[in-house]
Write a protein that binds this ligand. Sequence first.
Ligand SMILES: Cc1ncc(COP(=O)(O)O)c(C=O)c1O
Length: 365
Amino acid sequence: MALLSSQHGGNTREAAALYGFEEAQLLDFSANINPLGMPATLKQAIIANLALAERYPDPEYQALHQRLATHHRIAPDWVLAGNGETELIFLLTAWLRPRRALLLTPGFAEYRRALQKTGCEIVDYPLTQANGWQPDDGLLKALTPGLDCLFLCTPNNPTGLLPDEALIMAIARRCGDCGITLIVDEAFLDFVPQAPGLIPFLAELPHVWVLRSLTKFFAIPGLRLGYLACADVRAVAALRAEREPWSINAFAALAGEMLFEDKAYIDATLAWLNQQRPWLYAELAKIAGVTVWPGVANYLFLRCDAPGLDLQAALLAKRILIRSCANYPGLDARYYRVAVKSREANAALVAALKEILPAGNIYSR
Ligand SMILES: Cc1ncc(COP(=O)(O)O)c(C=O)c1O
């Protein structure tokens, strides 16, 4: 049985209660949040604008949509912001009402939950270790006119791997040819600044919806802000008309209007990640009994090869929480995901793993 009931990482309350710790004593590697924390510029702006809570936000969120559109050099009517990307996954799925959808496994759990809510038939397309957990040309063949919808997560959660750009484009075109709506989740793409994503190509791909989240990169999962972009302006307008008013709180809207201006924070984040992810990857790769994949985002996917060892439980006893991937369709209890954190925290994780999996033991690679 799973140690934690939560479908997601970040449930420090449940984990701490299980072991009788204070939540603050846990080192949380289970949620993929920028360890630099919420930008100071945003904190100051929220404090200076507390009075925003005393009136309704603009129901059209014009300034927010304009700012997001400017950031991506697209028209504001291509953009719709949401109370976290999660709201948009559910809103879009309920509006599209697909009859048959293809999901890549392993993948983010909320696509399946949103599709199940609409009664959609779900076809799984397994990514396998043999294929490096990446989609390949086989996916193109699986895209047939009998499908209505495909979710693609780039980079994928939990693997952190980004499919080849040419393949993403081929998938997008194939979906267009087959009448399949493609929903591309780029929640973690801001951590991969060299990857353009699909927003620059949306004009020629009106059947593609790109979803983005600001909660990870800017460390605001409790504030909540995400957005979608699509060149089918009639569809975006229909979705806008469908949604409930004021779902984005005034401070989240303010965040979206200013965060992309904070170049110092963005640069500091990318500098941290460029140092810490390769370091953590290299250290994990050295540990006998651990297989790690070279993710490009702010988290790494790994397998523990020690027979019967519950690595999450063993680390929790040392007050470190990692994400078990046992509940991802297509994976099992050997798989885990860890966030990249500060050097100090990453070193604590590596040291704890070395204690649990001492070198020279029976674990084969
Ligand atoms: C791949 C992926 N997409 C979307 C989300 C949801 O993001 P948000 O916090 O903006 O709702 C998550 C959250 O973990 C995620 O991992």
